[in-house]
Design a protein. Structure first.
Ligand code: C5P
Length: 283
């Protein structure tokens, strides 16, 4: 086998809390993560050429691309002699959107290289390598419903969340993750999510409890010119969403729906106003 194609799923934050700033400049977080059906397709091929080439739609496939960083980290950490690779990414997840679009491609490269070169490598080891690539990469290796703590790399798999439908809507601007973190004064945050309640609701399969606890503390520190995030949230709720929040460091907003028909109707309406609107479901 010389080539593997894998889906690389986007994630949503059902909750996102910031606990403290750490001496290393990162923040300790508590996040309940959920993968959704929106995905890139990542093909990794072993070639006879030289080095690593990466095609990633309109996103540069250079050394800054997390897919390339992941491939380099895989060889450096496993000790497997570096091989020439072609990485080909069919990109659907918007970049800089709070959906881990880059991290999930990096995670898919790690999983593909494991399949191609070292099938016996434990997932835990792949997640450890992922943490060297980016804070969200370990979660993207694992997927599903999970609690992510620490920088985001300490994972606990949860009972699968109820099978909600999610309408995702990204306004046409980007929010820089480091800039948003720099706006956080941990002691001044007030709208913290009830993470313990969310985890209890997940364990109990309590759909209403999960929906009631969807919350992202980053919404509190958005710059003033990001008001559209709140406008989209209101719009989703008006259109019948059972919960709505921003995901990650934004600016994508998601609405959760118990029923598919309501999600489809909201998607049809919102996609007329916003180019980057997606109809997805939890996976
Ligand atoms: O780990 P990653 O490269 O994805 O993080 C991007 C930036 O986000 C970091 O440089 C840091 O500024 C911020 N960050 C943070 N705390 C985390 C994760 C990311 O402050 N837990």
């Amino acid at each position: 086998m010389t080539s593997v194609t894998l889906p690389a799923h986007a994630k949503l934050n059902l909750t996102l809390d910031i606990l403290r700033r750490r001496p290393d400049g990162y923040h300790d977080l508590q996040m309940v993560m959920q993968s959704v059906s929106l995905h890139d397709d990542v093909t990794v091929s072993l070639t006879d050429g030289n080095g690593i080439s990466c095609r990633c739609g309109e996103i540069p496939g250079d050394e800054s691309n997390l897919a390339v960083k992941a491939a380099r980290a895989f060889f450096a950490e496993t000790g497997i002699p570096p091989r020439a690779l072609e990485i080909d990414i069919v990109k659907r997840i918007p970049a800089q959107a709070g959906m881990a679009g880059g991290s999930t491609d990096g995670a898919a490269v790690l999983r593909a290289l494991r399949t191609l070169l070292r099938p016996e490598l434990a997932t835990q080891e792949l997640e450890r390598i992922g943490a060297l690539v980016g804070s969200d990469v370990p979660y993207c290796v694992r997927g599903g419903t999970a609690l992510a703590e620490g920088r985001g790399e300490r994972l606990t798999t949860m009972t699968d969340a109820p099978a909600f439908h999610a309408v995702l809507c990204k306004p046409d601007f980007a929010v820089s993750t480091p800039v948003l973190f720099s706006r956080v004064r941990v002691d001044e945050l007030h709208g913290r999510p009830d993470t313990a309640g969310m985890l209890a609701s997940l364990r109990a399969g309590d759909a209403a409890g999960v929906l009631a606890r969807v919350r992202n503390v980053f919404e509190e520190v958005l710059p003033e010119d990001c008001g559209e995030v709140f406008a989209i949230k209101e719009r989703l709720l008006d259109l019948g969403a059972d919960a709505a929040a921003m995901t990650g460091s934004g600016p994508t907003v998601f609405g959760l729906f118990r029923g598919e028909a309501a999600a489809q109707a909201a998607y049809a309406t919102l996609s007329r106003a916003y180019r980057q609107t997606f109809l997805t479901r939890f996976v």
